[in-house]
Design a protein around this ligand. Structure first.
Ligand code: COA
Length: 380
């Protein structure tokens, strides 16, 4: 085999798979799940229906949707021993690490998944999807020294998560906004964490390992972790009049402004527009936030400075402001992203496994060749 020389950093533009789950046109700002525009799903669908669409490739009938919701709801209760283990984790650690641990322990409490049996795989995907909201809530309760709040029957993901996190019945506007945000975060073609999930799956590892590894990638500030950094950034800027000098200083040494830029979108991320509208609706009902004015000024100044290079607001820019208004702690923003995105990971897993081949790319070797071992006594 000859050594390839066409190395592309970050694999930009290199297809890593064939997939029929989602589609992006980065120039036109289009995102579709199974062909349906994200705007339509955010307005008319629910997270459960969208997750069904991603996993099964079609919109469900009413009875299919009811059955799917029941199966997810039945998976929300966590084993006592898992909850006890989460209590032993260091409280100051990042909840994304707690979630990784929780998903791995969930796998230890689960039957071996038979990768040749579609039913066994479907059951595992539903178990993960149903349990991850509980795991995030359990990690949050454990680190704050509070008891786990048992899930209630009949609650869908958004409502169940807000209930289990706080122990209080959430406002309908909060449930609807979080539900729509989950739809927007559910899937996004071959992003870094979905690629991770496919690589792990390709070794025929189990779906718990697939999700735990992908959650590790999602945590990074260049990926899902950007949403919490956006809020830190707005807090650091402080006042509207500080925005312009802050941006100029940051760009002068090629610093990144969190919540802007995307490998694929060269226009405003369509999810960002929808999140902004959702945020506005929530602010109208639950009261505004001064940070929103800061965010709008940041968007204006960034557009003026780097908009022509296609560096525009991405999905993480407005989500943090919305989640903050829903009473969610900043470092839970990325775990919420994970609650949604495991539906994408599992859709890719179900798609990949029937025709799987282990990922084994190559490299361009830049090191020494045919060197000799030097005994310790002869080294400098
Ligand atoms: N702020 C300022 N400049 C940015 C930028 C940002 N958020 N994102 C990209 N750029 C600039 C880079 O400095 C680089 O400039 P140059 O060509 O003059 O060197 C150019 O745009 C290309 O950036 P690069 O980092 O190579 O693009 P990428 O496709 O590898 O990275 C991201 C994409 C998302 C990782 C990148 O835009 C980023 O780090 N954004 C901030 C983090 C974030 O919000 N992530 C969430 C993504 S949904």
């Amino acid at each position: 085999m000859t050594t390839p020389t066409n190395y592309v950093p970050g694999l930009a533009g290199i297809p890593a798979t064939e997939s029929s789950i989602s589609y992006i046109d980065g120039q036109a700002g289009i995102l579709e799940y199974r062909g349906i525009p994200i705007e339509e799903l955010a307005e008319k669908s629910t997270f459960e229906e969208t997750a069904y669409l991603l996993l099964y490739g079609k919109l469900p009938s009413q009875s299919e949707l009811d059955g799917f919701r029941e199966r997810l709801s039945a998976r929300r209760a966590l084993p006592d021993r898992l909850i006890e283990t989460l209590r032993l984790l260091p409280g100051a650690g990042h909840p994304m690490l707690g979630l990784q641990v929780g998903v791995a322990i969930l796998g230890m409490h689960s039957q071996r998944v038979n990768l040749r049996d579609p039913e066994s795989m479907e059951n595992a995907a539903i178990k993960i999807l149903g349990s991850v909201p509980s795991l995030v809530a359990a990690v949050e309760r454990a680190r704050t020294g509070l008891d786990f709040v048992q899930p209630k029957d009949g609650m869908d993901t958004a409502e169940a998560f807000l209930w289990m996190m706080s122990g209080e019945d959430p406002a309908p506007v909060a449930v609807r906004a979080l539900d729509a945000a989950l739809i927007l975060h559910a899937e996004h073609t071959m992003n870094a964490s979905t690629f991770t999930s496919r690589v792990v799956a390709s070794s025929e590892s189990d779906p718990y390992s697939v999700c735990a590894a992908a959650i590790g990638t999602l945590k990074g500030p260049l990926h899902g972790g950007a949403n919490e950094r956006v809020l830190d950034q707005l807090e650091a800027i402080g006042e509207v009049e500080n925005v312009r000098p802050w941006v100029e200083e940051r760009l002068s040494h090629k610093g990144k402004v969190m919540g802007f830029g995307h490998r694929v979108y060269k226009t405003k991320d369509p999810r960002s527009n929808i999140l902004q509208d959702l945020g506005n609706r929530v602010f109208e009902e639950l009261g505004g936030t001064p940070m929103y004015e800061l965010a709008l000024e940041l968007e204006r100044v960034m557009d003026e400075k780097v908009g022509h290079k296609g560096i525009c607001p991405n999905v993480d820019f407005f989500s943090g402001l919305l989640y903050q208004k829903l009473g969610i702690p900043t470092d839970l923003f990325t775990p919420i992203f994970a609650i949604a995105r495991v539906s994408g990971y599992m859709a890719h897993w179900l798609e990949q496994m029937p025709d799987n081949r282990i990922f084994r790319p190559t490299q361009v070797y830049t090191g020494a060749r045919e060197a000799s071992y030097v005994p310790m006594s002869e080294r400098d």
